[in-house]
Design a protein around this ligand. Structure first.
Ligand code: ADP
Ligand code: TRP
Length: 327
């Protein structure tokens, strides 16, 4: 069976290490396989489901395209586009809303979390968020979705929508699964929760310099450096996870041995870790600098991507409308 991939990132700010390891690295791995069709979008319409600033959105959606390109996504091999430029996404999501119950949507943990975070913005758009995401995925009949583990409840909704649509209308949507990477859950620098754009102090941006990375790591909580691995505080576990992700499992084992022995010197560890992270980000930052001087190229990528995506999306939408009696 032909494999098709779709993924997206909201246009809420500069990408961080969580986005990179949990989503972008998976996108890059899948783009490598020339037998797979890959679609990567900026979920700019999803951005309006929580409070946002209009000028920032305009800027950020372009920044995400630049981050994609800087990370190595290649418009010759993948379709890179802005969700809002392909109106079919919105249209299909409304059709999908006819097969999902309000109760199912209200009980999603991701919906409840966002309502807690923004109690004055419990909108219909937020409730419909997962249906728009299902539409993003199923318009391209994608069966693989590279995203972090936090998105699993949304992928489950996409599978359910696919099943229900296939049963009710005889469509041929695949049931998509998540494509997991090694960094599917990158912890926050603050000791608890995940690294997130919306939590200041939790993240390292892909554009941070080594000095900025070190500053951010210095603020991460630790302990006196010694003790038992079983009772190690979460903040220290998180730092060791970063060591494993950027300096390798052997380095982590070395620090664990120190923890149970003479003790870890966090000042040294953080310096070494900052250098490893900076080394990984350096090529991305160099590519970003090149891209920034050529705005016309970015415009072209965005325009071409929309045309390519729309050709596929409109075919699927027509099929669905036909089957639903709306053709
Ligand atoms: P954020 O939560 O920072 O606003 P998004 O919700 O826009 O980020 O997520 C974009 C992509 O990055 C999704 O695939 C998501 O699963 C992934 N992602 C976000 N944060 C992390 C994290 N801490 N660890 C792993 N993947 C993450
Ligand atoms: N909900 C995803 C997030 O917050 C972003 C997203 C929107 C997405 N549409 C998608 C991810 C389709 C994968 C596929 O990260």
């Amino acid at each position: 069976m032909k494999q098709t991939v779709l993924s997206g990132i909201r246009a809420t700010g500069r990408l961080h290490l969580g986005n990179y390891l949990g989503a972008v690295k998976g996108m890059l791995a899948l783009q490598e396989d020339s037998t797979i069709d890959t679609f990567f979008m900026v979920a700019d319409v999803h951005t309006i489901t929580t409070p946002y600033d209009i000028d920032e959105l305009k800027l950020n959606r372009r920044e995400v395209i630049i981050d994609y390109l800087a990370a190595g996504l290649d418009p010759e091999r993948s379709t890179l586009f802005l969700q809002s430029m392909v109106g079919e996404h919105l249209e299909l999501s409304f059709l999908f809303s006819s097969v999902m119950s309000i109760a199912r949507m209200q009980h999603l943990p991701t919906f409840k979390d966002k309502v807690k975070q923004y109690p004055d913005h419990a909108t219909m758009a937020l409730l419909n968020y997962p249906l728009l995401m299902a539409s993003d995925i199923l318009l391209y009949k994608a069966n693989l979705v590279p995203v972090g583990i936090d998105q699993e409840p949304h992928i489950e909704i996409a599978r359910q929508v696919a099943r229900k649509m296939n049963e009710a209308y005889g469509t041929d949507f695949p049931e998509p699964t998540r494509f997991a990477t090694k960094g599917e859950y990158v912890p926050s620098l603050q000791g608890s929760g995940k690294m997130s754009k919306s939590v200041a102090g939790s993240f390292i941006s892909l554009t941070d310099s080594e000095a900025e990375i070190l500053e951010r790591l210095k603020a991460a909580p630790t302990d006196d450096g010694k003790g038992n691995l079983q009772t190690m505080p979460q903040g220290v576990k998180n730092i060791l996870q970063f060591v494993e992700l950027f300096s390798g499992a052997e380095k982590r084992a070395e620090y664990e041995a120190q923890y149970e022995g003479a003790g870890i010197r966090y000042g040294d560890l953080k310096k070494e870790l900052a250098a490893s992270i900076a080394a990984e980000l350096k090529p991305l930052q160099a590519k970003r600098a090149e891209l920034m001087v050529n705005p016309k190229y970015i415009d072209d990528v965005i325009a071409t991507g929309a045309t390519k995506a729309q050709a596929v999306a409109s075919r699927t939408l027509d099929e669905v409308k036909e089957k639903m009696g709306l053709g």
